[in-house]
Design a protein around this ligand. Structure first.
Ligand code: NDP
Length: 302
């Protein structure tokens, strides 16, 4: 198949593109920066890959079988009011652009599937509630971002299969939240972050990439699908497991203030979590490679 990917140069996108390319699919990298994308996907390693800046996105999307939408300003930063606006606007702008391009395509070249990212922040945060795809949205800023992001994707032509993946905290090497948490964790000898009671709905990078890949090709994957592992943990357990995998004792709590210094207000993703279950993925029989955080961390840290 031919797949166009926005946010292809990011943490999840890079791995997805590598996987699609390795399986001989034709990939169109839709980026804001050709030079950055060319460094990430050098032609000698990725022959045949197409790298496109706007306005070339149209020619890439028209004729693709599927589109994956992962673009957006990272949220793990200090949130000034300007950055908060851009966190939301960047997602809505890119989603709106690709939805318009899909909707404007003549029937013969219109993609048949759009897999669009959103986040578990949709549900808001709680130390006691359990959320699945049927749960209502929360009331905080990230919930609002996710609602508007999803509403924009939902404007896609009804003949196009839409899979909205509400992604949890993605754990992988060389990126994402873990790369930022590990140095802090080392510094404070691996205690829980904040109170430690918060829920941490995580997913291994391999599993989120596999889920997106499956959603591209399997017609049963439609509507909202939580992209989280089946066994979320409280932050205390996450830190204990990380400590054990790293061979560090877990005894000094990492203060909220230290985490905020590294992640800015984006630390709220870790400090104010939610317990999210992947009910749809389980119904669909999705085979999680890493259902337990300890195995996921071992695979990453080793
Ligand atoms: P990254 O931050 O690693 O990459 C996102 C990509 O979006 C970048 O490579 C960039 O591509 C593009 N981008 C960055 N800033 C902007 C901007 N201002 N306007 C338009 N495009 C921009 O994201 P991840 O791979 O970690 O995540 C992919 C998606 O999944 C994101 O939307 C994220 O919110 C969501 N998600 C991720 C989670 C995680 O733990 N990683 C958890 C929950 C949701 P380029 O420069 O090539 O245009």
């Amino acid at each position: 198949m031919t797949v166009s990917v926005t946010g292809a140069t990011g943490f999840i996108g890079r791995r997805l593109v590598q996987r699609l390319h390795a399986d001989n699919h034709r990939v169109h990298v839709l980026t804001r920066s050709r030079s950055k994308a060319e460094l990430i996907f050098p032609v000698k390693n990725f022959p045949g890959i197409v790298i496109a800046e706007e306005p070339e996105w149209k020619d890439c999307i028209h004729g693709s079988n599927g589109v994956v939408n992962l673009a957006g300003l990272p949220i793990s930063t200090r949130w000034s009011s300007e950055i908060k606006r851009e966190i939301k606007e960047s997602r809505i702008r890119v989603t709106s652009k690709i939805v318009d391009l899909i909707n404007d395509a003549p029937d013969t070249v219109r993609p048949t599937v759009l897999v669009s990212a959103t986040a578990v922040g949709y549900y808001g945060s709680s130390e006691t509630q359990v959320f699945d795809e049927q749960s209502p949205s929360g009331n905080d800023y990230l919930a609002e971002v996710c609602r508007e992001w999803e509403a924009t994707a939902l404007r896609v032509n009804k003949d196009v299969r839409l899979a909205l993946i509400r992604i949890g905290v993605v754990l992988g090497k060389d990126g994402g939240a873990l790369a930022k948490m590990i140095p802090l964790f080392m510094m404070f000898a691996g205690g829980p972050l904040g109170s430690g009671k918060q829920w941490f709905s995580w997913i291994h990078l391999d599993d989120i990439v596999n889920l997106i890949y499956e959603a591209l090709s399997n017609p049963s994957y439609k509507g909202v699908i939580n992209g989280t592992a089946p066994n979320p943990v409280r932050l205390t357990e996450m830190c204990e497991q990380l400590g054990s995998v790293m061979g560090r004792p877990s005894w000094l709590p990492v203060p909220d203030i230290a985490l905020k210094a590294v992640l800015g207000e984006g630390a709220s993703v870790v400090l104010e979590g939610q317990r999210v279950l992947p009910a749809r993925a389980k119904e669909l029989g999705f085979p999680f490679k890493y259902p337990y955080v300890k195995d996921a961390l071992k695979a990453i840290i080793s």
